[in-house]
Design a binder for this molecule. Structure first.
Ligand SMILES: [Zn+2]
Length: 294
């Protein structure tokens, strides 16, 4: 059975911490380096629900995409939301390790997993990492569709392939527009509009798109926008990451058991569609899973 140290070293080789953004807080949050690890849970968010799931599972290590503490703290008292997570983990001998922007930029990274979930063929990074001579690492991915599809079809595919959330999928642009190329970025991607425009793709799939950038994107180009829940766009990475650790475990004879959390930690609990009498009924009927009237 490997020690936490050994497993962390393997994870750091997949997602070197020095490749994280300056502002990020990646690495091991809690855990005894010498403790033995046999069961590992992967999740997007280090929230209480997920910590409780790790306890139920008997996990020794929880690996999450989002940091627990992005900034410094002066307390881990169990009376605080995050302190309670720390207490739950330490009391149950569970280590917490974070791979965030270092996993975004990796090859394969978070956006490769998102592209893979939709069966998109990755051509290369949207924002290449200049330190990678192979040109494979970086933020976001530019992808090709196997066969051209309408924007509404691409949105439906995202709705079918990504885990279900209250938000579902929303899109902007002509629903019938043909999409051959698409940029994808797991997580909040509206800081990358310039690069998306420069890439000349037909559509952009990401999360957390805000009013002004989305509105401007539509006015300056026929770019189709597909917006999913933040958690849903990053969740495919947990499956990819678990498979990567499985392969390492097999190579080393570690016998690790890896699990992927299916707990929906997207903060939005419900979605009520507005009535939109002028909308195209074929689009709203097929893309609205909430059952609200058209
Ligand atoms: Zn994120």
């Amino acid at each position: 059975m490997p020690a936490l140290n050994d497993v962390i070293a393997a994870l750091d080789a997949l997602w070197p911490p020095e490749r994280a953004e300056q502002w990020d807080a990646v690495g091991t949050v809690c855990g005894d380096p010498q403790a033995e690890v046999s069961r590992v849970l992967f999740a997007v968010d280090p929230v209480q629900e997920v910590a409780d799931e790790a306890v139920r599972l008997g996990a020794d290590l929880l690996v999450t995409h989002h940091p627990l503490y992005l900034r410094g703290t002066t307390t881990v008292a169990a009376g605080t939301f995050k302190g309670r997570v720390v207490h739950t983990l330490i009391k149950n001998d569970i280590a917490l390790h974070v791979a965030h922007t270092n996993a975004d930029r990796a090859d394969p990274g978070v956006s490769d997993a998102l592209a893979g979930a939709l069966d998109l063929r990755v051509v290369g990074p949207l924002v290449p990492d200049p330190t990678d001579p192979a040109g494979r690492r970086g933020l976001g991915r530019i992808c090709e569709l196997e066969r051209p599809e309408t924007l509404a079809g691409l949105a439906r595919r995202a709705a079918a392939r990504l885990p279900a959330t209250a938000q579902g999928i929303r899109f902007a642009g002509d629903p019938g527009r043909t999409v051959r190329t698409v940029a994808v970025c797991g997580g909040s991607g509206d800081s990358l509009f310039d690069q998306v425009r420069a890439a000349g793709v037909d559509a952009y799939l990401t999360a957390d798109l805000r009013h002004h950038p989305a509105s401007e994107a539509g006015q300056h180009s026929p770019l189709g926008l597909v917006d999913a829940a933040h958690w849903a766009t990053e969740w495919p990475w947990t499956e990819q990451a678990a498979a990567q650790l499985d392969a390492i475990s097999d190579r080393n004879g570690w016998g690790l058991r890896t699990h992927v959390s299916r707990t929906v930690t997207d903060p939005w609990a419900a979605h009520v569609a507005s009535s939109a009498p002028d909308s195209d009924p074929t689009v709203s009927a097929s893309s609205d899973a909430s059952g609200a009237p058209n």
